[in-house]
Design a binder for this molecule. Sequence first.
Ligand code: ADP
Ligand code: MG
Length: 842
Amino acid sequence: MSKQKIQDYQGLTTSKAKELQEQFGKNELVAEKKESFLHKIFHVISEPMFVLLIVASIIYFILGEPKDGAIMLVFVVGMISIEAIQEWKTDKTLNALKDLSAPHIKVLRDGEEKIINSADLVPGDIMFIAEGVKVPADGAVIKASTLCVDESSLTGEAEGVWKTSDGNNKNINADYWRNDYCYAGTLVTQGTGTILVDKIGAGTEYGKIGQNIVSAPENPTPLQKQTGKLVKLCAVIAAVLFAFVGVVTYFNIPDHNFRDRIIESILSGVTLAMAMIPEEFPVILTVFLSMGAWRLAKKQSLVRKLPSVETLGAVSVLCVDKTGTITMNKMTVRDIWSIESDTKKVTQIMGMGCKSDAYDPMEKSMISYCEEQKITKDILFGGQLIKEYAFTDETKMMGNVWKNSDSIVVAAKGSPERILTLCKLPDYEKKIVEDKIREMSSQGLRVIAIGQMLLDSEEDIPDTINDCSLQLCGIVGLADPPRESVKEDIETCTKAGVRVVMITGDNGITASSIAKQINMPNCDKIITGDEINKMSDNELQERVKDVSIFSRVVPEHKMRIVKAFKANGEIVAMTGDGVNDAPALKYADIGIAMGKRGSEVSREAADLILLDDNFSTIVDTIKDGRRIYDNIRKAVGYVFTIHIPIAFAALLAPILGINPASLLLLPLHVVLLELVIDPTCSVVLERQPAEGDIMKRAPRNPNEKLITAKGLFKSVAQGFVIFGASFGTYFVFLNNNIDNAPLARAIGLTIILLSNLLLVQVNSSDSEFAIKSFIKLKTDKVMWLVSLGTIIGLMLILYTPLNNFLKLAPLSFSQLIMASIISIASVFWYEIVKVFKYIKNK
Ligand code: ADP
Ligand code: MG
């Protein structure tokens, strides 16, 4: 392709891009596979629960009771629909989340700069890359400004490659990898560039070697693994009991013929197995976690990996960058001090040391300060820029070399420690400067030293900034006040047992002063980057136990800091925005990237993307993580409890020698209950707001199991009381009139259904009273829908011809009242336990 001038490139129009996309496809290595609808249905019905359901309906048909079989099938369809809807909804949610966190890129479309999904790039697009961007497609460099790219993912060569737009570059033919071309999968480590996209997706060099890179499968979360085991255990127990109940039933009915005996045995076994399998557990997890992630996304916090939602609740150390996260990243020049009492001069050199198209808030504020002082951009950037010394985390300084008609000047600025080493100051002057620096930093100002060097000819320009011998002009103090809410958030974290750790490239005195302003505990203890360099891992591990401020660190130190905390058994959340933060973000339990100022690479490495870069959002997210975990735990406990009366009714009946036709729960009824249980808990418990003390407890022990001994005891106790109430009442009614099984069953079933409804409310909190939880959700339409739905459904099955189909008899008014009272008593006793707990805590 022949080289054109940059202004000749207009970019594509949207319609042209669409056309090209049809021709070339999406810019992705492997096309995303979509699970077909049929596949999904198959997935649902291959679960053990549905196999049981199908077996039960078949048996009904064999028994010559097509009516029962048909009702069963209707229920089966109902359950499949509920599951399919839930799956569809979680899929949709997760895909939406994925799209939100997918890589984006700035392109020129319709003559305007636009940000699009990287997958939508097409050949011919003009894209803009900058530090921190992972190049999304192959293309020719048409403009570059100190553009350096790490191509190690392709070449294995760690050294950065400087890119130019110079088509005559001699490397073109000599080397396979060109210097005027950028490759997909490589990483921009410095500068900016404009690229004309040439190849996308599998056509790129990266695509060629990466054909076999299939996106990693979504691994199950720790919780999913835990419950998976639990479900398996229940299934094994169910299988054993299936056999047991089957055999007992067989011997209970010697008067039936052999075929009927076998069929009745299987049927009661199936009923029990259905009651035993906690198929809700996996559903609860996916629904709660994905809904949780969705709600977080609406609150500016984008979860990239589902397991992070669970981990969030266990976070015990929160490492955050000072600039931009704790502070507002809105800098203003507060103080300028000149060594020769010529602040105008300092101001001008400061301005000339900035990028003319500054995006760094500090440089922006410097330039606007210059303008306030009537030093316009024309004065600052009117000369010819003949060399740039780029800012790096290691040097912590940068400079520009300007050529004017009569002079060549190096304008440099950076951290005072570094700039001062390049200036040869007499001792007494050095002392004055150092005092001034200390004075400014202790006010919480970021201090920048300004230096210059005058040159006679271009040959004298030093290669690196470290080779310059500068003449100190003065120092500048910039204010970047902490965000308003931070003080309160730190207090919240302290109460919640979460330690906040401040990490900054700034100097220690500034950091400590900011820490004081926001009431951070231990704000006078500081570890500097130099100290970290000298410390062994063990020493660092010991020191981080009580130091919470790290100053003058470079991103590489973050990794060691995370390691040290993790070695102490902490669960670490860490923020990061730069290219070099990626490894630490990956290594932290929760890596948090910044949505606004973060680099693409850091976002890719993170578990969580903070869309508003705000510290308060992190604290809210931790709170939500705790709430979601709490709710999962409540839901699992609830599901456990409500299965007990169902399973034991199915187990005890054959042992008591009850005629199979008069059982409390026939398979039909078990399915009916399952139909109610699942939505009730996923709706009501998923929506539970956080409990009042949620940020006053210590973080959850990450090793603690979802079901603790205490929780299990509670569930079992509650379950048995409901079992006693429902089965006892049914049994009394049955003994009174052995021929009116439908009535006895109706009252037993009513008690279970009502108890279920009340149980979600009681179990909404372990310490707060049910009424309080109820009031919290009283404006929630969905909660009302589910609760009233149960009651209306109950009325329908009791008092309409449906009762005949479901083998139920209508209850009289007094019987209904009695059932209600029994249900209330069988559930609300736990409120008395809460009273005792409340008194004890007082
Ligand atoms: P932080 O962790 O607070 O964001 P940085 O790593 O951005 O800190 O910066 C660390 C130090 O590097 C600053 O305190 C300052 O001394 C120096 N510095 C940062 N940006 C610039 C810049 N654009 N020009 C000169 N010096 C800079
Ligand atoms: Mg910074």
